[in-house]
Design a protein around this ligand. Sequence first.
Ligand code: HEC
Length: 187
Amino acid sequence: MHRLLAIALVVACGGTQATPDRPAPGSAAAGAASAAAADDAAGEGPVADVDVPIEPVALQAWLADGGYKAWPHESGKHESAGPHGDAVLTFLAPALVASLRRGKGHAHPKGVAAVKELYEKGKMSGWAVSVKLADDSADGRNWYWYEVFSTARDARATYQGVGFEVCRDCHSERGGNDHVQSPFPLP
Ligand code: HEC
């Protein structure tokens, strides 16, 4: 298990080097965060509660297969209050719903996740994903962040990585509920 996880993390880190026309992630910081997450996971077993892959190729396939479709979700698409496309529809893993029910001021446990469907001109055009990798959010550094602007099974993420700066900056600066921005209960 440890070896598998290490391989997954190496692939995830390799992925963050990607597309030269996009802002490069702080790869040194991302690497350190991945190592911390690997240690954490090796000590306590893999990320619990939720079955969301944190390796980009596997995650894209899981998304394309609708792995999150049975989760509680918003009742309809709405305009994004952030930079997430024309319209969005958020799904929350059951463990995240349970944690949000406790109200503000609690850190969500390791393993919670959210998936947001992105829409352009009424058509689903991609996903944004967040997965918490440790009980302490560490300002978003202990979350895995992923955003892709295609629904093709083999599409590559535009942004992804443990603690990916662009995502964690906004999600931690805006406050929300331990980095979760969507209103709760879900509209
Ligand atoms: C400028 C601010 C901003 C940035 C940058 C940002 N987000 Fe968000 N994000 C939001 C807001 C606001 C919401 C609430 C839903 C909405 O209105 O789109 C949200 C919602 C989400 C959700 C649904 C769960 C939740 O927290 O409500 C996910 C998953 C998500 N973002 C992932 C990402 C990823 C991955 C990135 C980086 C690629 C990212 N976000 C970058 C503002 C931001």
